[in-house]
Write a protein that binds this ligand. Structure first.
Ligand SMILES: [Fe+2]
Length: 258
C-alpha cells in the first residue's frame, strides 16, 4: 500500500500532524510515501531542508513532485531563470518514476513560471509519459502524480480554473494504458472522481482523480481537518482525517468513487 500525502507547506506545518504521520508510517506496512506537491509555503531553503529532513526520517521510500508553492514567488530573478533550483538541490528529479512491489508511479511536473497556479502540460511531456506507461509492468497499478487536479466539480468556487491546460488531452492518451488514477493536491480538499465517466473516455474501467487534502499545514480549506489517503494493492482508496482529540490520523471512509 502507498500513503498519499500532499500540500505539507513547510513554513506553516503543524508539528502534531508531522508526528502523527511518522507514527502512521511506523505502524503500517507501506511500500512508499507519495507527496503530490507544495512541499513548502514559499520555496525557501530552510523550508525545503525541513521537509527533506522530515521525509528522510519516515524510514519509508518516498517520491515527491513540485507544486506551485515550490517555486519562488517574490524573488523574480530566480522565479524566471531558476524556478526549480532549490527544489532540485533537495529532491533532484522533477519527474521521477518510482516502482514498488505493487505500484508503478510516474511524477509529472505541471508547474510553469507563468501558469504556476493553474498548471500546464506540454505535448512533449504527454508523449514522454505515454511511452513510460506503455512500458510499465501490466501487473502493477499505474499511477500518475501531478499537483493540480484534472477535474474540479463546478460547485467548487474555484471551478475549472486550477486544472492544468492540456489535462484532458493527456488523459485521453494515458488512460489507454490501463491507468489506475492520477494523484493530486492543491485544493486542500480530499475527493475522488472517475475521470472515465466525467470525460467520457469510453474505457471499460474507471480512472480515478484522487485529491488529497493538506496533510500537515495550518492553511486549512474552510476548516476541514488535515488529511491523507491510503491506497492498497487492490485499488481501494481510504481517507484518513486528523483527530485533534487523539492527535492521530483516523480512518474516515473509503472515498466515494463518483
Ligand atoms: Fe498548490
Amino acid at each position: 500500500m502507498i500513503l498519499h500525502l500532499s500540500d505539507l507547506h513547510f513554513g506553516t506545518e503543524r508539528p502534531e500532524c508531522l508526528k502523527a504521520i511518522q507514527q502512521f508510517c511506523q505502524s503500517h506496512p507501506l511500500e512508499a510515501v507519495v507527496v503530490s506537491g507544495d512541499l513548502t509555503q514559499r520555496a525557501r531553503f530552510g523550508q525545503f531542508f525541513d521537509c527533506k529532513k522530515f521525509l528522510d526520517q519516515l524510514n519509508t521510500p518516498y517520491m515527491v513532485i513540485p507544486g506551485n508553492h515550490d517555486i519562488p514567488l517574490y524573488h523574480l530573478w530566480n522565479r524566471f531563470f531558476n524556478p526549480f533550483t532549490r527544489y532540485q538541490i533537495f529532491f533532484g528529479e522533477l519527474e521521477p518514476v518510482f516502482e514498488t512491489e505493487n505500484f508503478y508511479l510516474i511524477g509529472v511536473n505541471s508547474i510553469r513560471r507563468r501558469y504556476h497556479t493553474k498548471g500546464h502540460l506540454s505535448l512533449e511531456q504527454i508523449q514522454r509519459i505515454d511511452m513510460k506507461l506503455a512500458q510499465a509492468p501490466v501487473s502493477k497499478l499505474k499511477i500518475i502524480v501531478s499537483h493540480q487536479p484534472f477535474y474540479v466539480p463546478s460547485q467548487n468556487k474555484r471551478g475549472f480554473k486550477d486544472s492544468p491546460l492540456m489535462a484532458k488531452i493527456a488523459l485521453q492518451a494515458w488512460a489507454e494504458h490501463g491507468l489506475f488514477g492520477v494523484l493530486h493536491g492543491h485544493l486542500h480538499q480530499p475527493a475522488t472522481y472517475d475521470l472515465n465517466q466525467i470525460f467520457e473516455l469510453g474505457l471499460d474501467h474507471p480512472v480515478y482523480d484522487v485529491h488529497a487534502g493538506t496533510s500537515a499545514s495550518n492553511r486549512l480549506h474552510q476548516n476541514e481537518p488535515n488529511s491523507f489517503n491510503l491506497i492498497d494493492a487492490t485499488g481501494n482508496i481510504s481517507q484518513y482525517l486528523f483527530d485533534e482529540m487523539t492527535q492521530s490520523f483516523v480512518f474516515k471512509a473509503d472515498l466515494p468513487k463518483k
